[in-house]
Design a protein around this ligand. Structure first.
Ligand SMILES: [Zn+2]
Length: 438
């Protein structure tokens, strides 16, 4: 008996790792809502797809690999994406053939972009995506609603003072802060404010609130925070009077101490989050253990956000843990128990294969299926590999992973086959629809 069981064991294991084919077909047909992407406009030299593009960072040390394995340009899935999107005729991504892929993409843009937005909508159709939440500094007529929904960036608002101590402390902070300083200038100009106001109350009233209100009026559904690239995520309560004194002391220049500046940032984080909630926008927070060669992993554990998620004055704001808090998925599973906290699994196609993504989804779906959102983190990655290819790839692997996780749950008697269909729709579409009121 024992030898027979041992002989069957690999088969049983295999059975659990393969998706029910009919369920997978069903899941592939769902027109998804992508909770997180950086859509690039179909024009030359668009740089507004991220407030902190990695191109700002110093080049990687010689011999360093360009990101985790699934994110590298030689990922065979990117070749499949070229074939699916642009009828790419080659089986490899050699330098010469990559030029072919780029030329085919340019041809597709010329063919489809006869009306503004037609090309990007055509790409979404091929990715199986109905609506995409677009992280961008600014939107444009070639990314039209209702399929392209805006998620602007709010970090610039919470770092209004002299950032020189942070710049000296970390080389990635040093590379990124100038972009935030420029963006704050832009937000101030758009608010009709020339110099930093002398008091915190005035700064909030004349710069922060008007910027968030402008974003909302222009169709924003959420504000994005990339703070983990600029500081730790350990936001904490900040006394209003003390914070106002810190602000007033440094509004005219000179760096506040690291501790004082943290207090001000904590205050402004909560202010932004509260205002976003009042205006009906969610807060998206980049929470992932990685990004940049000097990234401070210690500061990006999702548990650092516990205070923010528990703070009574922020309970009317919905938060999304973007990238699922990679790799602390179990901690994220605990955090999404809170009424106003969600998680997406965008970017996980860079870090995890299909089985890895299925393992994570299985953990989350067993406990809080209403809080799980699909996302791609479609973004430029390499020559010829941009939001089109990354979005296509992530859409494929996420659906396979979802089908595998649900098949395992059926197999283990946790859910019925009918509930599996329902959960597939919730993750890919219905949870986001409900959260953003689409
Ligand atoms: Zn992103």
């Amino acid at each position: 008996m024992l030898p027979l069981l041992l002989a069957l064991a690999p088969l049983l294991l295999h059975a659990q790792q393969v998706a029910d084919p009919q369920l997978l077909r069903e899941i592939r047909a769902i027109r998804a809502i992508d909770n997180h992407a950086h859509v690039v406009r179909p024009v030359a030299d668009d740089t507004e797809y991220d407030a902190l593009p990695f191109s700002l960072l110093e080049p990687p040390p010689a011999g360093t690999m360009p990101g985790p394995v699934p994110s590298r340009p030689d990922n065979p899935l990117f070749i499949k994406a070229w074939k699916a999107l642009f009828a790419y005729p080659h089986a490899d991504a050699s330098e010469a053939h990559t030029k072919v892929a780029i030329a085919l993409k340019e041809k597709a843009i010329r063919q489809h972009e006869t009306t503004p937005g037609a090309y990007s909508a055509w790409v979404l159709d091929r990715q199986g995506i109905d609506i995409v939440l677009v992280n961008r500094i600014a939107m444009a007529p070639d990314l039209p609603g209702p399929r392209f929904r805006w998620v602007p960036f709010a970090d610039a608002l919470i770092f209004p003072l002299d950032n020189s101590l942070a710049k000296a402390a970390n080389r990635d902070y040093n590379a990124f802060f100038p972009a935030e300083e420029r963006l704050l200038k832009r937000y101030m100009e758009e608010s009709g404010v020339r110099a930093l106001p002398p008091t915190l109350v005035e700064y909030c009233r004349t710069v922060v609130t008007p910027t968030l209100e402008r974003h909302r009026a222009a169709g924003a559904v959420a504000e994005k925070l990339e703070s983990a690239y600029l500081r730790w995520l350990d936001f904490a309560p900040a006394d209003e009077d003390n914070t106002a004194r810190i602000y007033a002391r440094h509004a005219r220049g000179g760096p506040p101490s690291t501790a004082d500046y943290k207090t001000l940032q904590d205050y402004l984080f909560a202010y932004v989050a509260r205002e976003a909630g009042r205006l009906g926008m969610a807060i998206h927070i980049h929470v992932a253990n990685g990004g940049g060669y000097n990234y401070d992993q210690r500061g990006s554990n999702p548990l650092l956000l516990t205070w923010a998620f528990n703070e009574p004055s922020l309970r009317k704001t919905n938060f999304v843990i973007v990238h699922g808090g990679y790799p602390y998925y179990r901690d994220t599973a605990g955090l999404i128990s809170k009424p106003n906290v969600y998680a997406d699994f965008s970017a996980l196609s860079f870090f995890e294969g299909v089985q890895g993504q299925a393992d994570i989804l299985r953990i989350w779906l067993s406990a809080w299926p209403e809080k799980v959102l699909f996302g791609t983190d479609a973004t430029p990655m390499a020559d010829g590999v941009s939001w089109e290819e990354v979005g296509w790839t992530a859409s494929q692997t996420a659906r396979e992973a979802l089908a595998i996780a649900l098949t395992r749950m059926i197999h283990d008697g946790e859910i019925t086959r009918a509930r599996a269909s329902e959960l597939g729709r919730m993750v890919l579409r219905d949870n986001a629809k409900k959260l953003y009121g689409f």
